[in-house]
Design a protein around this ligand. Structure first.
Ligand code: B1M
Length: 216
């Protein structure tokens, strides 16, 4: 199994989308747990790409190719992930998206899939979403929670704007806010008045259950 996971990480590191897709299909054939293959294989690869890019060993085209490989693998694995945990009853409605100015959507989509697989109804607004749009959608859908992803230190302040927008419309407290993404933390969530922070997709499910799951 470890050699297989190493191969998954390598396919992303080398920006080889065909290999990544092939390995994702192989994982399904071998009945490996999709979340393990994503987190311990492909995500390890994309994190290494990010690290090498930051230290100047890789360049932007290679970062883009790594992301493409990652997305091709995710496209194969995400439906299986959603099916694996599918639950008939809705635990509550979550509006999710990546904040304005930020196009990173791989982690957000993984979180959305995991929430859906665990019984939450999801409205996924995609990436580069203005603060007001989160609030508009939550109000329109009667959502109990807004989940905001931010991967850039320059965009995370947008999460605060969502909290402020909720307060402005007297929805603060009624609609819970959870934040996530690499630059975020528990401390950041507290600082901006969000209801919680989750470090990965599994933690995001637990947090959503705590914040809104009990409401039914
Ligand atoms: Co960019 N990028 N990128 N990038 N990128 C980072 C984030 C960076 C850390 C790389 C680095 O320097 N090492 C850096 C940010 C530095 C900073 O702000 N301090 C960076 C930069 C600078 C940039 C650009 C500015 C580069 C440029 O153009 N000069 C540019 C920004 C464009 C923009 O958004 N306006 C850019 C572009 C890109 C690509 C398009 C090439 C591509 C994104 C493709 C896509 O998403 N469609 C990309 C990628 C792939 C990365 C890295 C390498 C990987 C991100 C990823 O997909 N990780 C990233 C480095 C890194 O994160 N180590 C990097 C895998 C994913 C499963 O993990 O998203 O962390 P993650 O999600 C996790 C958790 O964080 C959590 O759960 C997920 C699953 O476990 N989580 C949540 C996420 N959202 C959550 C929400 C929740 C709860 C949990 O509830 C609300």
């Amino acid at each position: 199994m470890q050699a297989f996971l190493d191969g998954c990480a390598k396919s992303v590191l080398e920006g080889d989308a065909d290999a990544a897709e092939k390995l994702a299909r192989e994982a399904l054939e071998k009945k490996y747990a999709p979340l393990d293959v994503i987190e311990k294989g492909f995500v390890r690869g994309i994190k290494e790409v990010g690290r090498l890019w930051e230290e100047g060993t890789l360049f932007l085209p290679e970062l883009v190719m790594g992301a493409e490989a990652m997305k091709r693998a995710m496209a194969v694995l995400q439906p299986a992930l959603a099916k694996a945990g599918s639950r008939p009853k809705s635990l509550g409605h979550v509006v999710i998206g990546t904040i304005e100015g930020d196009i990173h959507d791989i982690g957000k989509t993984l979180v959305a899939t995991m929430l859906s697989a665990n019984g939450f109804e999801i409205t996924d607004l995609g990436a580069d979403v203005p603060a007001a749009k989160f609030v508009d959608e939550a109000a329109a859908k009667g959502a109990g929670c807004i989940a905001i992803s931010a991967l850039l230190t320059t965009t995370m302040s947008g999460q605060k704007r969502v909290v402020e927008e909720l307060k402005k419309r007297s929805l603060g407290g009624t609609v819970k806010v959870m934040v996530g993404g690499a630059p975020c933390s528990d401390e950041w969530a507290r600082e901006i008045g969000a209801d919680g922070y989750a470090g990965d997709a599994v933690a995001a499910v637990a947090l959503a259950q705590r914040l809104v799951g009990a409401r039914g």
